[in-house]
Design a protein around this ligand. Structure first.
Ligand code: AHR
Length: 874
């Protein structure tokens, strides 16, 4: 049986179960009615959506689910703002079901979506119909003669209630909002009793098949939820009688298919302090005095230009000024008034400054002496009790802004030193962009990356790196969209910005540094640019995130993207290629991929902008593979609509995202088996197995390893994959799980990292299909065993990856028929542990190749065999 057949069988089992469930539910309706009433309602709470109840007599109502929701509102910021309030459902003249709802009690906007069957709902739109007034309890009437809908609503403030209306023929264009007498506004909603609770909503008469569809959809969903909730916690009961399993894999090494040679890459986003305070080796926090309270959206009142800075000593004072700054993009600086020498401006670093004995550090500062005598700056790294770990001095400070450099060698290893700047002069002194970098950065680049962290990334042997996000790429509101042009050039000219994860981005780790790291790590750069719309969970801007870049600005926006290609690939004589050369890289970076959009809400506003960008890229840079976006889930409206747009436009690849339970990964190993090979290729740009409590442990790592066998098997349609997120700093982790945790002094790769590394280091470019025969054909046993065999034509190696997610050992026999083996020995790597183990490390050994005929796969393990051949047939 082919691997994919295994999953087909599992699916049959699944459908069988479903039929059983449905039959049981409907056995009381042997004679189904032709028609019924449906009642649609919602609770108005965040994340809730449209519920249905049905009735034959309009008296006895049967909730479906109960309270299973078929569509939810995607307007507003993530969390409490995603609300559907007072929905009204009606059958339109076009034969479609339309739903209109209010979004909250403050915005002058309602929402609209339509559906053919009440099950699949299309795009949502949020027309802005009022400025500075709310839009409550919308109602709809239809004028047949005009073919026009009138939408009316109430608008309330503390003193009065007014009624308003607009008209539309297509729910895309709306007439100007008009004031109407409140008496003209009619609320058609009914209030009924469901399970003892009063609910308000709309009643519609429908064919029974509609009710049937609603019920079956809910039941299928409930079944899937239960199936996918499977965790190893209940394995003891689930597999109480399970004996060790035998698995026989049959394959022929000469029969293979070409798969992507860029399958495993990395996803970098500045989340969890991944950039500043993380991969970017800068040791001074708030070096440019540009922190502002808005970085944290007002949450942290101490977060301002003085954050991480303090003054030591009584003989000086300091303020923050912005007159005549070093650069308009870098407005704030520290102004020191020194009465007597001895006082110091002190930076605490990012949770302290970690330095190593014997290593050299580069200090730099922009300074000008505005009053008083010229003098030097004494620079010291000091401990909590004033111990001096290293010191240096700058040259004398002159009257105009100038950059001063000085190096210092550290005497003692310290985890939390402070940096002191001690002026050796009296008078007034302006200071900005105060920086301290280890000289030992990754590949020794000046102002570069933290060597240990960067090396940990490079060890994954990533074939590509995506940057700068994630949500950071499309930003929190239009003003927060990441603009690559603000992140290149001299540091003082870069434009720092608020990080949507609630902190500050210096953009010192900018596009040049990203490209350079990709080159150093042998990874293809994959920049992701917003599709002209910010994040759907934005907290700023009107009409949710979908305000979009105004169309009048889109031409420039598109040009910026075209300029990026020139920056990366143009020769040094071009405008943007010249800037790259100025930065020290005359040779092109050989950019091949550009992502447009990040799991956006797919709306008309998105489509208009995405299409414009895609067409321009296709015309000007047909050599670039553009990667589109299909929402934040493996299913649903954004997924469907995103795929439709990509297929219609002929976008070469789309970016899929899904964070799911290990059970989802176990039961969806056939997800790509059915993908249409003639459609766009897939970049699985964000995924991870999530358990309650969000650990990164053997259970999640093996679920990912299992799923990755299916990604290799589907490597002809899945071109790229990247686990997300990548990095998380201790005490600053906003999202779990991540692949690598770190502090200022430690790097702690997770077990999930070990799985990624084993796949990255053991990638192939040809996949060899296999058939599997098990001694135990129980469905939940089959889905926990998987194998993938690839050939790497560069090294002439065959790599066998075997995953056993069962609580018992599996004896596998893998016959590498026609393998042309060049050695009797294989390199064997085993990662195993208890499901909750977070610390397991792979154990590498050599073993005879013959072991593969009788390989013992321990309970909860991932085993990789790497075997040399004397030449491979493709
Ligand atoms: O990976 C963390 C976040 O998850 C990304 O920023 C976003 O794209 C997704 O929702």
């Amino acid at each position: 049986m082919k691997n994919s057949c295994l999953f087909q069988k599992q699916k049959k089992h699944f459908l069988g179960l479903l039929l059983f469930v449905c039959f049981s539910a409907f056995s009381t309706f042997a004679n189904n009615p032709n028609e019924a009433y449906i009642f649609s309602y919602t609770s108005g709470k965040s994340f809730d959506g449209l519920h249905f109840a049905w009735s034959i007599d309009k008296i006895n109502w049967h909730p479906i689910g109960p309270e299973y929701h078929y569509i939810h509102s995607d307007y507003g910021r993530w969390g409490s703002e995603k609300r559907m309030v007072s929905p009204i459902l009606f059958l339109g003249a076009d034969g479609l079901w339309h739903c209109i709802w209010s979004l909250n009690e403050k915005d002058g906007t309602f929402a609209h979506a339509s559906s053919q069957d009440l099950l699949y709902w299309g795009r949502q739109s949020y027309p802005v119909v009022m400025i500075n007034k709310n839009c409550l309890t919308p109602e709809v009437t239809y004028n047949k003669e005009k073919g026009e809908y009138t939408i009316s609503w109430l608008s309330k403030d503390q003193t009065e209630t007014k009624a308003w209306c607009t008209t539309t023929k297509d729910f895309k264009k709306y007439s100007e909002t008009k004031n109407i007498p409140v008496t003209e506004y009619k609320n058609s909603r009914s209030t009924i009793l469901i399970a003892g609770k009063q609910e308000t909503g709309s009643i519609n008469k429908v064919a029974w098949s509609i009710v049937d569809g609603l019920i079956k959809t809910q039941q299928l969903s409930a079944y899937k939820t239960q199936l996918w909730a499977e965790t190893t916690k209940t394995d003891t009961e689930r597999f109480a009688d399970l004996k060790p399993v035998e698995a026989k894999f049959t394959l022929d090494v000469t029969k293979s298919k070409k798969i992507s040679n860029t399958l495993l890459g990395i996803f970098f986003e500045d989340i969890n302090y991944a950039a500043d305070g993380g991969l970017y080796a800068e040791l001074v926090q708030n070096r440019d005095f540009e922190y502002t309270i808005s970085d944290t959206k007002g949450r942290d009142v101490t977060w301002n230009s003085t954050k991480a800075w303090s003054l030591k000593g009584e003989t000086a004072s300091y303020t923050i000024d912005s007159i005549n700054p070093i650069h308009p993009n870098n407005k704030h600086y520290a102004k020191l008034a020194i009465k007597k020498t001895g006082a110091a401006l002190v930076n605490e670093g990012f949770d302290g400054i970690a330095v190593k004995a014997g290593e050299k550090y580069d200090f730099s500062i922009f300074a000008r002496a505005t009053h008083g005598k010229a003098g030097k700056l004494l620079i010291r790294l000091v401990g909590k009790n004033g111990e001096i770990y290293g010191e240096t001095t700058t040259q004398s400070i002159t009257t105009n802004w100038k950059k001063y450099n000085a190096a210092l060698t550290v005497k003692t290893t310290m985890a939390d030193a402070g940096l002191e700047i001690i002026p050796q002069m009296t008078g007034t002194l302006d200071l900005d962009l105060i920086s301290l970098f280890p000289q030992k950065t990754f590949k020794g680049h000046k102002s570069g990356l933290r060597a240990d962290l960067a090396q940990t990334l490079a060890d994954l042997k990533p074939k590509f790196m995506r940057f700068p996000g994630g949500c950071v790429a499309h930003g929190d509101g239009i003003g927060n969209i990441y603009n690559w042009k603000n992140t290149i050039g001299p540091l003082e000219a870069r434009k720092p910005m608020r990080n949507l994860w609630g902190y500050h981005q210096t953009v010192g780790l900018g596009y040049f540094e990203y490209f350079q790291f990709c080159e150093d790590a042998g990874a293809e750069p994959l920049p992701v640019i917003a599709a002209g719309v910010p994040c759907q969970n934005s907290s700023t801007g009107s009409a949710g995130q979908q305000g979009g870049v105004p169309m009048c600005d889109m031409e420039n926006y598109v040009q910026d993207i075209l300029d990026l290609v020139e920056y990366a690939n143009g020769d040094a004589t071009t405008k943007w290629g010249g800037k790259r050369a100025e930065a020290g890289h005359p040779k092109p970076f050989n950019l091949k991929y550009v992502g447009i959009g990040n799991e956006d809400l797919i709306t008309d506003i998105f489509e208009e902008r995405f299409t414009m960008i895609f067409k321009a890229m296709k015309e000007k840079h047909p050599e670039i593979t553009v990667i589109g976006t299909v929402g934040p889930s493996f299913e649903g409206t954004d997924y469907q609509e995103g795929w439709d747009i990509a297929s219609k436009l002929g976008v070469p690849m789309v970016d899929e995202h899904y964070y799911q339970s290990p059970g989802w990964f176990i039961y969806n190993q056939d997800y790509y088996d059915q993908y249409d090979r003639s459609k766009p290729k897939v970049y699985l740009g964000e995924y991870a197995a999530h358990l309650p409590g969000k650990p990164n442990n053997i259970e999640t790592a093996l679920a990912e390893a299992l799923y990755l066998t299916s990604l290799e098997r589907n490597g002809d349609v899945v071109s790229m994959t990247s686990y997300a997120p990548l990095l998380a700093k201790d005490k600053h982790t906003q999202w779990n799980p991540n692949l690598i945790y770190f502090s200022n002094t430690e790097v702690r790769p997770t077990v999930g990292y070990e799985v990624q590394k084993l796949y990255g280091q053991n990638a192939g470019d040809y996949y060899i299909p296999s058939e599997i025969n098990l001694s135990n054909n129980q469905e939940n046993v089959k889905t926990r065993i998987a194998m993938s065999v690839v050939k790497d034509t560069k090294s002439n190696d065959i790599i066998v990856k075997l995953v056993n997610l069962l609580p018992v050992a599996v004896t596998a026999s893998v016959d590498l028929k026609n393998g042309n083996l060049g050695s009797n020995e294989a390199i064997k790597t085993v990662l195993k542990g208890d499901p909750s183990d977070k610390k397991a490390k792979p154990i590498v050994s050599t073993s005879p190749v013959s072991e593969l005929m009788n390989a013992e796969l321990p309970a909860y393990s991932f085993t990789v065999y790497r075997i040399k051949t004397i030449g491979l047939n493709k």
